[in-house]
Design a binder for this molecule. Structure first.
Ligand code: CA
Length: 241
């Protein structure tokens, strides 16, 4: 299921934490504020987040030490972490220590820049072949498409789509792995369960009606990309609603 990615915001200054939480929530993430390292360790141990944003200057533990402790928790090694630094000597340490942090951003930072970094990191880590058991779609596409398998329903920018059986089958497959190219043969095998005379153009015809339905909701978005005649893939970088 496509839940909102949970992101720990480990930052003692409430003003900064508020700003970060606001932009993350607006962009379809579920931020969790931790004002101390202690809280962060508890939240992280309860359930590893999709990503952690980590202030270097915390009241109870320095960010580098906290990073190592989080990293050592179960599942911690696969959680991407983004450092927030206030001083250039901290930046030198983040880079110089080669802790394995995924990125850092220097204060003061623009909230948009922060969200762009978060998205970039999640996109990279989701694509990594060793992605953990809960393989999830990149954040951007997650917030755009909502798949409800029990109701066999897909929402696009919040609007429920009226889909035929095969349209639903195709879109369901694409939404689950944005960026993955499916050839017409693969789509026929995975979506059409009977061996009724199906030709390539059957797939093309359904893609065409599917695109028209998506276009009716968002005229300028191009969610289904054609991959050089070999097949179709869902766009990974759709603008958030
Ligand atoms: Ca601080």
């Amino acid at each position: 299921m496509l839940n909102k990615p949970r992101i720990l915001v480990i930052e003692d200054e409430s003003g900064i934490a508020d700003t970060i939480q606001y932009v993350l929530a607006t962009d379809g993430f579920a931020p969790v504020w931790c004002a101390t390292a202690q809280q962060a360790l508890q939240e992280f141990a309860a359930e590893p987040p999709a990503l952690a944003i980590l202030d270097v200057g915390l009241p109870d533990l320095n960010g580098f030490e906290l990073f190592k402790r989080l990293h050592a928790l179960p599942g911690g090694a696969s959680v991407p972490m983004l450092f927030l630094t206030a001083r250039s000597d901290e930046i030198d340490r983040v880079v110089g220590l080669e802790l394995g942090a995924d990125d850092y951003i220097a204060k003061p930072f623009s909230p948009r820049e922060l969200v762009a970094r978060v998205r970039g990191i999640l996109r990279r880590t989701v694509r990594a072949p060793s992605a953990g058991p809960q393989e999830s779609a990149p954040a951007a596409t997650q917030s755009v498409f909502m798949l409800d398998e029990e109701r066999r329903q897909i929402r696009f920018y919040g609007r429920a789509l009226e889909l035929s059986r095969y349209e639903y089958g195709i879109l369901r497959l694409l939404v689950q792995k944005p960026g993955r190219v499916y050839t017409r043969d693969e789509l026929l095998t995975k979506v059409w369960d009977d061996d009724a005379a199906s030709f390539d153009r059957t797939v093309d015809a359904h893609i065409k009606t599917l695109r028209a339905k998506l276009k009716a909701v968002a005229p300028n978005a191009e969610p289904i990309r054609t991959s050089r005649g070999s097949g179709y893939a869902l766009a990974e970088d759709l603008p958030p609603s």
